[in-house]
Design a protein around this ligand. Structure first.
Ligand SMILES: [Zn+2]
Length: 253
């Protein structure tokens, strides 16, 4: 049985200081300890947090965080401090606590992101997803979508451009994941963006049949399986991870 365990994929540097317009002020990446000879890539670990942003923010360090094993060597990890960062939902910025986990064997720390966070992005996954779905799905242009979401036009345009650029890979990845999870394959579509959206829908439908995923929602699911890198700049093909299963997305033609 697949449980909604922590998911991870790809490398990540998690910004600790995001400016309120969504751009980056400075970043505190994963810390490789001095003297560590490990040649391991720190990765973001995204857990399928079902809490609202407000509930998560209010819980602070007291939230019930999962404690996943090391993504590199599978050893148990220890909580190792953390940092605070902003997230924006419905036009409101909240500061939330992001714990770090440390693997004693690898001597590497990893940020443990709640699924509503996208790496390097200020806005929550649902906001980003709603804009992308409207624009890539052809319902409206970027300007009305950004207006309804209450985010700057240029920010929304950046999301849509990135999604569009990544759409062939995301579509192939989500379509493969849907089949791996026993779901319906998404129907091929000439428009890469629409296909990626349909494939994400199919993958989420399949995952929603597994315990715990329905409550997480489609865009948090997308954040989880892509390790927070749904629209990240680095297009290095991530693993799609559900519970302890890892799926290598197919390379699009
Ligand atoms: Zn390790």
């Amino acid at each position: 049985m697949l449980m909604p365990g922590p998911l991870r994929a790809g490398q990540d540097l998690e910004p600790s200081l995001l400016k309120r317009d969504g751009s980056l002020l400075a970043c505190a990446g994963h810390v490789r300890e001095k003297g560590s000879g490990a040649v391991l890539s720190p990765v973001a670990i995204v857990w399928p947090c079902p809490l609202s942003v407000d509930a998560y923010a209010a819980a602070g360090r007291g939230a019930e965080f999962p404690r996943p094993e090391c993504p590199s060597c599978r050893a148990p990890m220890m909580f190792w401090s953390g940092y605070r960062r902003y997230v924006r939902r419905a036009g409101l910025c909240r500061k939330v606590f992001i714990p770090r986990l440390r693997c004693g064997s690898c001597k590497v720390t990893h940020a443990l992101l709640p699924a509503f966070v996208l790496a390097w992005r200020l806005d929550v996954a649902e906001t980003v997803g709603t804009v992308i779905a409207a624009v890539a799905g052809g319902a409206c242009g970027v300007r009305p979508a950004s207006g309804r979401a209450g985010v700057p036009y240029t920010t929304a345009r950046g999301w849509c451009r990135r999604f569009s650029a990544r759409a062939p890979g995301l579509g192939a990845g989500f379509a493969g994941l849907a089949v791996e999870l026993g779901g319906e394959p998404a129907r091929p579509c000439a428009d890469a963006g629409r296909f990626a959206l349909a494939a994400l829908g199919s993958a989420f439908d399949a995952a929603a049949g597994l315990p715990g995923w329905l409550a997480v929602g489609c865009w948090r699911f997308a954040s989880c399986v892509s390790g927070g890198r749904l629209i990240a700049a680095n297009t290095a093909s991530p693993w799609y991870v559900v519970g302890k299963r890892r799926f290598m997305p197919p390379v699009p033609p």
